[in-house]
Design a protein around this ligand. Structure first.
Ligand SMILES: C[S@@+](CC[C@H](N)C(=O)[O-])C[C@H]1O[C@@H](n2cnc3c(N)ncnc32)[C@H](O)[C@@H]1O
Length: 328
């Protein structure tokens, strides 16, 4: 955006067609790519041009447009005009009506409290991905119910969970659980702090006609749950640990900071992981450093980020690892 301001009106007119061309090229390419894979939600623009700090996702016939804070202080009226122009281009290039474009502002240090959680049933619709169906909602919170950048991770975890006991920590709307259950997981436990998201997860399971009996849901603060359970009596063969970078809900005793807390979370997972089990761990924190020094004593780890970032997400949206018990 800074560059955009500096180049002035004349240059700005030049940049808009550049943005439109890039969007058109990507939309054509990834549209075909997604149709071949029976995917109805995919990324068509991933901050490809530095002057246009957006991530634009297609959810069926709807567009989710996130604008990222760059630190450049644009005057509000200029910003509004610019955003209108950008939205106009998105609408005309993709042939989408204005009301189907949902714009979100993504602050650097996500103040999610400003965003409304309310979502009426009519705002939701169903998308499909690799034979699984999910309710999504683009109108409420910043997040939609389905993280596009974890599509490959979901497939990997599902493959590992076939016929196994699966634990989904920080389960959110249960997309990993749906994949695991659809792949034939023997049983699952999905754990999250939020009743709202766990209800959403149950609805996703029902949408896929999954037998509810072997699949349980638990609403707890995972930090407290792990602290209080000195001895984990359940064992799991596959665990997905995908916590937020930071969380400070009123329902929690203490703040979750993934950099500071990842070792204890991973150790808690290891105490529940079967001897031949696999722990998948992922984080969105860009500056994250896995504490290899402490962990290498008890665990083997392999970074799998290259496998888990999908083709339509160019920027590294997350990092991920597989961890297994060190033997002997
Ligand atoms: C980044 S999302 C997890 C995404 C999810 N793994 C997926 O890909 O669909 C964060 C989730 O963590 C949950 N959460 C945050 N702090 C928590 C805590 N202390 N205990 C349990 N869940 C928590 C939130 O309610 C939210 O559903």
């Amino acid at each position: 955006m800074e560059k955009l301001e500096k180049v002035g009106r004349h240059g700005r007119e030049k940049l808009m067609p550049m943005f439109a061309n890039r969007l058109l090229k990507n939309a054509r390419h990834f549209g075909k790519w997604a149709r071949r894979r029976h995917i109805s939600c995919y990324r068509i623009y991933d901050w490809d041009l530095p002057e246009f700090p957006f991530v634009i996702d297609c959810y069926d016939l709807h567009i989710h447009l996130q604008e990222f804070e760059t630190g450049y202080d644009m005057q509000p009226h200029l910003h509004a005009l610019w955003l209108d122009e950008v939205k106009g281009i998105v609408g005309s290039v993709l042939n989408i009506q204005d009301k189907a474009i949902f714009c979100k502002w993504r602050p650097r240090h996500g103040n999610r409290a400003e965003l409304s959680l309310a979502a009426s049933a009519s705002d939701r619709f169903v998308v499909t991905e690799n034979g699984c169906r999910f309710w999504v909602d683009l109108s409420g919170k910043l997040d939609t119910g389905l993280f596009i950048d974890h599509r490959n991770t979901r497939s990997l975890v599902a493959k590992a969970a076939a016929g196994k006991r699966f634990l989904n920590l920080f389960a959110y709307t249960g997309s990993f659980t749906v994949y695991a259950a659809m792949a034939g997981a023997q049983s699952s436990l999905s754990v999250d702090l939020s009743h709202t998201y766990l209800d959403w997860a149950r609805e996703n399971m029902a949408l896929n006609r999954i037998d509810p009996l072997p699949h349980q849901f638990l609403q707890v603060d995972i930090l407290r749950w792990m602290d209080e359970r000195s001895e984990m009596n359940h064992q799991f063969d596959v665990i997905m640990l995908d916590p937020p970078s930071f969380s400070n809900s009123k329902r929690m005793d203490r703040v979750l900071d993934i950099q500071a807390d990842h070792v204890s979370l991973i150790q808690g997972c290891l105490s529940m992981l079967a001897p031949d089990g696999k722990l998948f761990f992922s984080t969105n924190l860009r500056r994250f450093r896995l504490d290899e020094k402490i962990l290498s004593g008890c665990v083997l780890f392999e970074e799998i980020t290259k496998q888990t970032i999908p083709e339509d997400c160019h920027r590294r949206a997350h990092r991920s690892w597989i961890l297994t018990h060190r033997r002997g």
